[in-house]
Design a protein around this ligand. Structure first.
Ligand SMILES: C[S@@+](CC[C@H](N)C(=O)[O-])C[C@H]1O[C@@H](n2cnc3c(N)ncnc32)[C@H](O)[C@@H]1O
Length: 417
């Protein structure tokens, strides 16, 4: 007799196949669409946490296997290992993993192997898991980060990546009031941090648009623009709109530009929910025309600063597009300076840990344009070790580690004479 495996486990294995074998990030997976909401949340969590702990799972599995199995069988085993080591009930996990294998011809013959290996893993349990080192970043990313920040900093980042991320909210109004209402922590920069928040849309103030989800570091570039009340501000790569909402809430007349119409629809949803206003424009930033008092350029990048929230990222690609992105960022920065009125301020930001996507751009702009200067940053929430040589801010996931970390980001404010 066969049992039907949990839809969430089966979907999680499908998602692992897509990330690891096809290089498709979890955010682009369509597997979840067919599931009920509770299964969707469970599948997303299982796939995310399996990828986060994948190196540990592979090390434990290698003790019980002479050689690696075919990719899908490895992914079934990884999922089972993660769940067993996280305290999942052995019977349910093992029998579901066996059933997932038996459902397909290319994995049927591995049922016995999966059963035998996972039973051994179940015997070893969570203790064996916690004895493994913190999973390392893949070489394509680890090597340049060690060169930029040193081996200890990278080890600290890997530890924070493994621990995951709390939920950060940007308040539309008073952060202290929101923190008290939700039982969260008011961070020095004004964001509100929640641990074990559960379902976001069930939190107080979601329906009434009193806050939006935004990592504490991602909330800082908009602040570097200073007082934007009444200014015409271009948010040059706006979607899904976290920074557009901040600028609109601060009283700016915001033009929110993005290449992707589908992603701009998310900006509109966010504006509708929060009751804020902006002018949405679908188009290529490189072709956009106009003159603005202030510009926020949150450029497309490797997103390597967001790995604690997106542990699939290092498994989904090998940095093959980074040099293309660096070229695009440079062209966007040049065009943004052209759209800025004399006397105006431009903030450049990327959620990357790689200096070529951050500090190096500003060094090069300052060398090329004598009429462009960095704006001295004097906000009282800036910590001294965040400051970079050329006048920007370098934020890393291992900063505020005891508080739950922050996304890696680079940002700098430029002034046009
Ligand atoms: C880092 S995300 C922006 C995040 C956004 N600022 C926020 O805070 O929610 C980069 C955005 O750039 C957009 N993009 C990529 N290439 C573009 C281009 N050539 N012109 C305009 N937008 C572009 C992408 O669609 C994506 O939404």
């Amino acid at each position: 007799m066969t049992n039907t495996p949990s839809p969430a486990r089966k979907a999680a294995v499908d998602m692992l196949d897509q990330v690891i074998e096809m290089g498709r990030p979890l955010s682009e997976s369509r597997v979840l669409e067919a599931l009920a909401p509770a299964d969707r949340a469970a599948a997303q969590r299982l796939a995310t946490e399996t990828l986060r702990g994948m190196e540990r799972a592979d090390r434990l599995l290698s003790k019980h296997m002479r050689k690696k199995a075919v990719p899908r069988v490895m992914n079934i085993l990884r999922l089972g290992t993660y769940e067993l080591c996280a305290g999942g009930a052995a019977h349910g996990v093992v029998s579901d993993c066996v059933e997932i294998a038996s459902a397909r011809k290319d994995t049927q013959s591995s049922k016995g192997l999966i059963n035998a290996v996972l039973r051994k893993i179940a015997d070893e349990g969570p203790e064996a898991w916690s004895k493994q080192r913190f999973p390392r970043l893949p070489r394509w990313l680890r090597d340049p980060l060690v060169e930029a920040w040193g081996p200890q900093a990278v080890a600290n980042m890997e530890r924070v990546h493994f621990e995951g991320a709390p939920l950060d909210l940007t308040p539309k109004g008073d952060g202290a009031v929101l923190a008290e209402r939700l039982g969260g922590e008011l961070l020095p920069t004004g964001s509100v941090r929640l641990r074990d928040a559960g379902q976001v849309s069930a939190l107080a103030g979601f329906d009434t648009g009193e806050w939006w989800v935004q990592d504490v570091a991602a909330a800082l570039p908009a602040k570097l623009l200073g007082d934007v009340k009444g200014l015409n501000v271009l948010d040059m790569c706006a979607a899904p709109g976290g920074k557009t909402l901040q600028l609109a809430a601060a009283g700016a007349n915001v033009t929110a530009l993005d290449l992707s119409g589908a992603r701009l629809a998310r900006v509109q949803e966010n504006l509708d929910r929060t009751g804020l206003k902006a002018t949405l424009v679908e188009g290529d930033a490189l072709e956009h025309q106009g003159e603005y008092d202030a510009i926020l350029l949150d450029a497309p990048c490797s997103a390597t600063g967001t790995i604690r929230r997106h542990p699939d990222l290092p498994h989904a690609h090998e940095g093959e597009k980074i040099s293309e992105l660096i070229g695009l960022q440079e062209a966007m920065l040049e065009h943004a300076l052209h759209l800025l009125r004399p006397g105006g301020r431009l903030v450049f930001a990327t959620c990357s840990l790689i200096p070529d996507e951050g500090e190096c751009h500003i060094d090069e702009i300052l060398a090329r344009h004598p009429g462009i200067e960095t704006v001295p940053l004097s906000f009282d929430w800036i910590e001294e070790n965040w400051r970079s040589e050329e006048g920007g801010l370098r934020l890393r996931p291992d900063y505020w580690a005891a508080r739950g970390g922050m996304d890696g980001f680079y940002m700098a404010a430029l002034h046009k004479l």
